[in-house]
Design a protein around this ligand. Sequence first.
Ligand SMILES: [Cu+2]
Length: 209
Amino acid sequence: MQINGRTTIQALMVSPMLFLAACSGGGSDSTGPGQPLPVLASISVSATGSTSITPGIGVQLSAVPKDASGALFNTTVTWSSNNPAAATVSASGLVLGVAAGTAAISARSGTIAGTINVFVGSATFPLTQDIDMPGLSFSPLQADIAQGGVVRFNFPALAHNVIFSAATGAPADIGVSSSTTVSRSFLAKGTFNYTCTLHAGMSAVIIVH
Ligand SMILES: [Cu+2]
């Protein structure tokens, strides 16, 4: 045990702080030979549902604090929104959409914080839209969605691709695909034309409001 403890101390001699913590821990305390006390290193924030919401719609967030080794760290977090005009957050991490916009929701403990972006779309445009591909066309030819919305491209057995031509704010292109559904998020407002380069004249547009 003692030899193992000393070996650990040698391995941890990467900084004076760690060295001191290891020495004081191993010298007089028999419960934790050579083990520095864990400290909070990160807080990861996730959502139980979509982070694209509309005014009046809520989404529950959760925060997982961890130490440097990735082990769970027991601490309480304080929630905050950097844009309460778009979305507020309760003391328990429940986000509520207020008006169209983007809010960075943070869970903080001391100097450590984790953040997730929540998009609040206009209530008049949908946050999800399906694009089908009957024959050699996209349907609908024009889709209007709210900012932060998600488009599901439903590829039939006949292969197609979806190319946005690297337009500013456009999502990543979708390579040749068949018999699958591929989703893309639209985080920027604008008009995004796209084509299938496999089939001449197969083009359509998504307008993000
Ligand atoms: Cu095609």
